[in-house]
Write a protein of this length. Structure first.
Length: 153
């Protein structure tokens, strides 16, 4: 996958996630840093069904670390440091958060999105739900928008 393709597909998700952890004027820098990491390590993901989780995790971790570094710099300038907050976020936690974001969605959007997040491909999801390829991609696009909006809060 080319860097431009990754950037176009995941930029909005990155901004949504990053806004939760860093000041508005630092969002772009943090997203750029995460994009470089995503591009650098994307080839290590053997199961393409796990790409969305990988990308989400990179954005989230970069944003947390970026936000921590800003806080640590500010605190060290003031001469004091607090204990660092340990944040653990497992796949199960993330998946539960995703399910909550999709709870009120159209049932087909929810089913397509959850199956996709569980690692099923387009053919498998389409076959299970009895939908056509085009409909799958339309529903998955709607689901991704809901996830970006809901998980970016």
């Amino acid at each position: 996958m080319k860097f431009d393709d990754i950037y176009k597909e995941y930029y909005n998700l990155g901004c949504s996630i990053t806004r939760k952890f860093v000041p508005h004027n630092d969002v772009e820098d943090c997203v750029q840093e995460a994009m470089i990491r995503i591009f650098r390590y994307m080839h290590t993901i053997e199961d393409e069904r796990k790409i969305f989780y990988f990308v989400y995790s990179v954005f989230r971790n970069c944003a947390i670390n970026y936000g921590k570094s800003l806080s640590i710099r500010a605190l060290s300038k003031a001469g004091e440091l607090d204990e660092e907050l340990e944040i653990e976020h497992t796949f199960e936690d993330w998946y539960e958060e995703a399910k909550k974001c999709l709870m009120d969605a159209d049932p087909l959007v929810r089913d397509v999105s959850l199956l996709k997040l569980e690692g099923y491909g387009q053919r498998e999801v389409s076959g299970r739900l009895g939908i056509k390829r085009k409909q799958f991609y339309d529903l998955w696009a709607q689901g991704k928008e809901l996830l970006i909006e809901g998980m970016g809060r």
